[in-house]
Ligand binder design. Structure first.
Ligand SMILES: Cc1cc2nc3c(=O)[nH]c(=O)nc-3n(C[C@H](O)[C@H](O)[C@H](O)COP(=O)(O)OP(=O)(O)OC[C@H]3O[C@@H](n4cnc5c(N)ncnc54)[C@H](O)[C@@H]3O)c2cc1C
Length: 396
């Protein structure tokens, strides 16, 4: 197996390009990781997908910057960016996806015991375990610290009782990283962070069927669930600090996601048409598309600037909420424009009469509504920015 971390400069890019050309299955071009995350059976049945996942897992390239002893490739952030750029060039995607690599892994690296890291990180790095996020509850979404799921110390184990909601992919997950209340007398400092095996007796997962027919969300009920003492991450009652760090990884991951889908300008040329000079025939749309392209480019450059600053040792945690909101706006405007460009062909629901690409655009538009909700809503990110970036006083 090539030791990518040891290769420097231009040679690294050449080696990576060659490796991707040799190994990325062309049949997976333009596919999105979400397709395989939503349909694990389809993923398991797809030989190309399985081979690609094994290769990326074995090489550590699915979690490129993690240390090698925990299953990563030990790359620098610059090398990882080059790798991402080369994947984008090929319209390839990382098959090691989900909450494990994106959120729990980096959090475990920071707060986990050596035993916890060795138990979970290599398995996540190979894409062999899937994790759900047990944070939201019926009365605790934006005000997450109001959570009530109770966790009692029973001497040789923890006992968990309560309910979570909007738990994405809980019905396909092996593990749950879960916030639980271990002290009811205080709010933020009475929360702990537990790693819960989803096969534990007493866990009841109820998928919530969406209008689209998919069941991405679940309710999760914990009825006298016993959790080993060793599955507490960090110290008792310090779960809130760990959760805040994990949410930064989540927002970072969400703002960085490169979403699949047809290029909006290509779509406009095809559906709206161009004049003899090659210009879009609709000047108003042309103007709005240009505005979108400028914002999108500015957003990408902002991400690049943050990443350059991080490479130079400047931590940019503070920018995460701003970037999450900007990314959501850019992606939502792309979806709005795409559906508008399709005209009546953007109204499809079932396949009949509509191409797969048209249906994908419509569904992407519907899904884009979630970008400003999940990972903390738009308004909450603005509150965080007001308080932590602009130092404005809190409302009483
Ligand atoms: C696609 C998707 C996937 C998700 N996956 C998961 C998951 O896997 N695990 C998980 O734990 N959760 C998950 N969630 C839940 C998500 O984190 C919550 O929906 C989100 O935090 C908002 O909470 P809420 O839905 O309870 O809305 P509420 O908190 O009820 O908010 C409703 C509205 O009021 C606004 N609001 C609330 N408080 C304030 C305030 N103080 N100032 C200004 N405005 C305010 C909000 O911004 C929002 O617009 C997911 C959500 C979505 C959409």
């Amino acid at each position: 197996m090539t030791d990518f971390a040891a290769i420097e400069g231009d040679a690294f890019r050449r080696e990576v390009r060659q490796w991707l050309a040799d190994n990325f299955p062309p049949s997976l071009k333009n596919a999105s990781s979400l397709t395989y995350q939503t349909n694990p059976d389809e993923a398991r049945a797809n030989a190309d997908f399985c081979r690609w996942k094994t290769l990326m897992g074995e090489s550590g390239m699915g979690v490129p910057t993690w240390p090698k002893q925990y299953g990563g490739a030990g790359l620098s952030t610059e090398q990882a960016e080059v790798f991402q750029e080369e994947m984008s060039q090929l319209n390839a995607f990382n098959p090691i996806f989900g909450n494990g690599p994106m959120m729990l892994g980096p959090t475990l690296l920071e707060f986990g015991t050596e035993e916890q890291k060795l138990e979970h990180l290599p398995v996540i790095a190979r894409g062999e375990s899937s994790w759900c996020q047990g944070f939201s509850e019926p009365g605790a979404g934006s005000d997450l610290a109001s959570l009530k799921t109770k966790c009692e110390d029973k001497g040789d184990h923890w006992l968990v009782n309560g309910q979570k909601v909007w738990t994405s992919f809980a019905n396909h997950s092996d593990w749950c990283f879960c916030l639980v209340r271990t002290d009811t007398s205080v709010k933020h400092t009475g929360i702990s962070f537990l790693l819960i095996d989803m096969t534990s007796p007493g866990i009841d997962v109820r998928p919530i069927e969406l209008i689209s027919g998919i069941t991405h969300f679940c309710e999760v009920f914990f009825n006298d669930v016993k959790v080993p003492k060793a599955n507490l991450l960090g110290q008792l009652n310090e779960g809130w600090s760990i959760a805040k760090r994990l949410l930064q990884h989540e927002r970072n991951g969400l703002s960085n996601v490169r979403r699949a889908g047809p290029d909006v300008v290509d779509l406009a040329k095809e559906y709206v048409g161009v004049d003899e000079n090659g210009q879009l025939v609709d000047p108003d749309l042309r103007c709005r598309l240009t505005t979108h392209q400028i914002r999108s480019q500015a957003y990408k450059l902002t991400l690049k600037r943050i990443s350059d600053a991080e490479n130079a040792g400047v931590r940019s945690d503070i920018a995460v909420s701003v970037v999450k909101n900007l990314g959501a706006c850019v992606e939502q405007s792309k979806s709005e424009l795409s559906v508008e460009i399709l005209g009546y062909r953007g109204l499809g629901w079932e396949a009949e009469g509509y191409s797969d690409e048209e249906l994908a655009v419509t569904r992407a538009w519907l899904y884009s509504k979630a970008f400003s909700i999940y990972g903390g809503s738009h308004e909450i990110q603005n509150n965080i920015t007001a308080k932590r970036v602009l130092n404005l006083p809190s409302a009483k």
